[in-house]
Design a binder for this molecule. Structure first.
Ligand code: SF4
Length: 347
């Protein structure tokens, strides 16, 4: 498979500072030695509870925040490998044409003082893609049509639109420069359930038309299953399981993945439970990460070794299937599948 992005041992640490003396009282490991790759035309989902570091990864890739350590490589349209961390300002500007972001809140991400023409046309002007105002107008009209909005709306302001329509505008802006990778950070979680499916379908439709890849950051497992090809499950800054979506849903091998699946509502009326499984305890403070396996205080299967030894990601797939990476000392003894009903039939 052709890669579009490779991330190796990415780290983003923040120092926790106290008082006027600005004394360092701890280190928050928001992202800790994380590795993954995304293939062309693929959707990789990052899932996990709030505060697990998902958003920080997206921001590191576009260098909105500077990683503490690691390596990130992007493969441009000519297949040339670019080291994202060694780019200067001008090179970074060029790469940002290829990697765009869509944010969670379409009310906050659009400038209320700008018309759709200016919002969607701005990146085209900055990167000098269009040569005249007539060409700019034509391209904005084309982008509005791509996201199923009427081009006649181009002189209106964002306040005239619903949440779903605003997210369509944000998508049109993200696609203006014809990127090959879009980082979508919880793109539907601020929207009404009734419009979430429209936006998800639109994103799929645009992927088919333009061959782009998505890094899809979300916490809703039903949404992730519908939208993604592969899923990386994150816990306190680390990936604990990564595989094809069907493996994750039907053959989870990590107790945290099992916990997330059992805690998510099942839309299948034949399998609904009266009571949802609750996740034990709270997600730990990343500045005070538990020793050994960070999930051990909440894991029903934890043993003494889990408190002291950190499990590393290993490939547990057989030769016939896609890689299935799991970080658990006891993955082969737990038989998690036997306790899970068939989850979330394909949408
Ligand atoms: Fe649970 Fe131990 Fe596996 Fe961590 S390593 S998930 S604590 S069984």
């Amino acid at each position: 498979m052709d890669r579009i992005l490779e991330v190796e041992n990415l780290k983003k640490y923040y120092q926790r500072i106290k008082g006027f003396s600005r004394k360092v009282i701890g280190t928050v490991k928001a992202v800790d030695s994380l590795s993954f790759s995304i293939n062309k035309k693929e959707t990789l989902a990052l899932v996990g509870e709030s505060g697990c570091g998902k958003t920080t990864i997206g921001r590191c890739i576009v260098r909105a925040v500077e990683p503490t350590d690691g390596k990130m490589s992007f493969f441009d349209s000519a297949g040339e490998k670019k080291d994202l961390l060694s780019l200067d300002f001008e090179q970074l500007k060029l790469i940002r044409r290829d990697i765009r972001m869509i944010f969670q809140d379409p009310f906050a991400s659009l400038n209320p003082r700008m018309t759709l023409m200016n919002i969607i046309g701005e990146p085209l002007k900055i990167h000098r893609i269009t040569k005249s105002s007539a060409e700019l107008k034509d391209r904005v009209a084309e982008l509005l049509k791509m996201v199923h909005l009427d081009p006649d709306y181009m002189n209106r302001y964002p306040h005239a639109f619903s949440g779903g329509q605003r997210q369509r505008i944000a998508i049109a802006r993200a696609l203006a420069l014809e990127p090959s990778l879009v980082i979508a950070d919880e793109p539907v979680s601020a929207l009404d359930v009734s419009v979430q499916a429209q936006i998800l379908n639109l994103m799929k439709e645009l992927q088919e038309k333009t061959n782009l890849a998505y890094l899809f950051i979300a916490h809703n497992l039903a949404v992730v299953r519908y939208q993604s090809d592969r899923i990386a499950v994150m816990y306190v800054g680390k990936i604990v399981e990564l595989s094809d979506k069907n493996q994750i849903f039907n053959r989870p091998q990590h107790p945290y993945t099992e916990t997330l699946l059992l805690a998510s509502p099942n839309p299948n009326p034949h399998e609904r439970h009266d009571k949802l499984h609750q996740v034990k305890g709270d997600i730990p403070d990343p500045a005070n990460r538990p020793t050994g396996c960070a999930f051990h205080p909440r894991c029903s299967y934890a043993q003494e070794k889990c408190k002291h030894e950190t499990p590393h990601l290993i490939d547990v797939s057989d030769e016939k299937t896609e890689p299935h990476l799991v970080a658990c000392h006891y993955w082969d003894e737990l038989n998690l599948l036997t306790k899970l009903p068939t989850r979330h039939p394909e949408a």
